[in-house]
Design a protein around this ligand. Structure first.
Ligand SMILES: Cc1cc2nc3c(=O)[nH]c(=O)nc-3n(C[C@H](O)[C@H](O)[C@H](O)COP(=O)(O)OP(=O)(O)OC[C@H]3O[C@@H](n4cnc5c(N)ncnc54)[C@H](O)[C@@H]3O)c2cc1C
Length: 379
C-alpha cells in the first residue's frame, strides 16, 4: 500500500483535501498533471469572489460561514493573506430568483448587510447604472480570494505535514480492487492506495467517462477593464459585485492595485467536448456581449476589455457539485462539478472530504451535494 489516501488532481479541492487529511495524520499521495497553483486549472485568473448572502441558495450559508473560518486558519498556518473582505454588492431586480435567494440567506442566518435603493445606491456607488426596480444588497461578509496563492499555500502545508504530491504526473486510470484502489499514471507506474479522491475538475469526465453526462466541462471567459477614473475602482471604494439585469449577469472584482476591474460574464458558459483541447485565447466576437454589458451597467469603466483569457470548470445538470463516495465504486470519492462557484467553499470542502474519507461521516449538511442524487445507475 503506497498511502491511505490517493488524491487525483491537486488543484482547488485536491489541495484543500490534502491539507486537511495530512493535518489529521493521514498518509496522502497526490497526483497533479501540472505544477501546483498553475493557472490552467479552475483556480486561474488572479481572484475569486467570496460571497455569503448566496444567490445559489441559502443551503450554502452554513458551509460558507465555516469556509470563512477555515480561510482565516489557512492564512494563519501559511502566513499568507488570502481573503480580503471589502464587501459585496448583489444588484438585481427585486423579484428575481437570485435576489430572492440573497434575501432568504440574509433572513435565515441573520447575515450582516445593508439594503440600498434608488438614489441612495446611485449616490454611494456611481460606478453602476441602477434602475428603479433594482434592489441593491451590500453583503458585508463578501470580498475576494487570491486563488493561485491559496492552492500553493494548502499544497505546501500538506507537504509540510507529510503528504507526497507528485507534480507533472497525470493519472490515466483507476480501478477499485480488494482492500483499496489501483492507480496507473501516464508513465506506466502503478500505485495502490486505501481510498481515492477524484478532484480532477473539468477533466473528470476524461478520467471517468462514466460521469460524462453529469460533469460537463464548460469554458468561462475572464475579462479585465480599465477604469475611467482610478479613484473609483480601488478595493476600498468598489466592493466585489454581481450585477444582474435581464439576460446580463456580470460578476466583478477590482484588481489588487485598483488599476483594472475584472468584470466577467459567467452565465451559461459554453460546453466543450474535450478539456484537453480548451481554446485559451478569446475570439473577438466573444467580447461583444461583455462589452455591451459593461457599457450598459458599469459606466465607470471603458467598455473594451484590456485583457481576456479562458478557463474551465465542471458543471452538473443542477449546478450543485458532487461530493462524497461514488455509488457502486467502493473507496472512490469525488469532489467535482462545482459549476462556476466552488472556490470560496474549497477549504470547507477539503475538511468535509477528510471527514467523509476517514471518519465515514460529516456534521455538515451536504444533502444538496450528495452524488447519489444524479448518479443513480451509473456504473
Ligand atoms: C473563470 C472562472 C471564474 C470563477 N469564479 C469564481 C468565483 O468568483 N468564486 C467562486 O467561489 N468560484 C468561482 N469559480 C469556480 C471555482 O474556481 C471552481 O469551482 C473550483 O476552482 C473548481 O475546483 P476543482 O478542484 O474542481 O478544479 P481545479 O481547480 O481545476 O482542479 C482540478 C485539478 O486536477 C488536475 N487534473 C485533472 N486531471 C488530472 C489527471 N488525470 N491526473 C492528474 N491531475 C489531473 C488539474 O490539473 C487540476 O489541477 C470560477 C471558475 C472559473 C473557471
Amino acid at each position: 500500500m503506497d498511502a491511505e489516501v490517493g488524491i487525483i488532481g491537486v488543484g482547488t479541492m485536491g489541495s484543500m483535501a490534502a491539507w486537511q487529511l495530512a493535518k489529521k495524520g493521514v498518509s496522502v499521495l497526490g497526483f497533479e498533471q501540472f505544477g501546483l497553483g498553475n493557472d490552467r486549472t479552475a483556480a486561474g485568473g488572479e481572484s475569486r469572489l467570496f460571497r455569503t448572502a448566496y444567490m445559489e441558495g441559502p443551503q450554502y450559508v452554513p458551509l460558507l460561514l465555516k469556509a470563512k473560518e477555515l480561510w482565516r486558519k489557512l492564512e494563519k498556518e501559511s502566513g499568507n493573506s488570502l481573503l480580503t473582505l471589502n464587501g459585496g454588492l448583489m444588484i438585481g431586480e427585486e423579484d428575481s430568483d437570485v435576489i430572492r435567494n440573497v434575501l432568504k440567506s440574509i433572513s435565515d442566518f441573520n447575515l450582516p448587510h445593508e439594503i440600498l435603493k434608488g438614489d441612495q445606491a446611485r449616490h454611494r456607488y456611481p460606478q453602476f447604472t441602477f434602475y428603479d426596480d433594482d434592489l441593491v444588497v451590500l453583503d458585508k461578509e463578501a470580498g475576494f480570494i487570491r486563488p493561485e496563492m491559496a492552492v500553493v499555500s494548502a499544497s505546501h502545508l500538506a507537504m509540510a505535514h507529510g503528504a507526497n504530491i507528485k507534480r507533472y504526473t497525470k493519472v490515466d486510470n483507476l480501478t477499485p480492487e480488494s482492500g483499496g484502489v489501483r492507480i496507473i499514471t501516464d508513465d506506466g507506474k502503478k500505485y495502490k492506495v486505501g481510498k481515492v479522491l477524484i478532484s480532477t475538475g473539468a477533466w473528470t469526465s476524461k478520467l471517468m467517462p462514466e460521469l460524462q453526462e453529469q460533469l460537463i466541462p464548460r469554458r468561462l471567459l475572464l475579462t479585465w477593464f480599465a477604469p475611467k477614473n482610478l479613484a473609483d475602482t480601488g478595493a476600498d471604494r468598489l466592493p466585489i459585485f454581481a450585477r444582474m439585469r435581464g439576460d446580463f449577469r456580470l460578476t466583478g472584482v477590482p484588481t489588487l492595485d485598483g488599476s483594472m476591474v475584472k468584470a466577467s460574464y459567467t452565465k451559461d458558459p459554453l460546453a466543450i467536448e474535450d478539456p484537453e483541447e480548451l481554446y485559451r485565447d478569446v475570439y473577438p466576437k466573444e467580447l461583444e456581449r461583455i462589452s455591451e454589458a459593461v457599457e450598459t451597467l458599469l459606466p465607470a469603466l471603458f467598455p473594451d476589455p484590456v485583457r481576456a483569457s479562458a478557463y474551465m470548470d465542471a458543471y452538473t445538470p443542477d449546478d450543485h457539485a458532487l461530493l462524497g463516495e461514488l455509488p457502486d465504486w467502493k473507496n472512490v470519492f469525488v469532489a467535482s462539478g462545482f459549476s462556476g462557484h466552488g472556490f470560496k467553499l474549497s477549504p470547507v470542502i477539503g475538511k468535509i472530504i477528510a471527514e467523509l474519507m476517514i471518519d465515514g461521516k460529516t456534521e455538515s449538511n451536504i444533502s444538496h451535494l450528495e452524488p447519489g442524487r444524479i448518479l443513480k445507475g451509473v456504473e
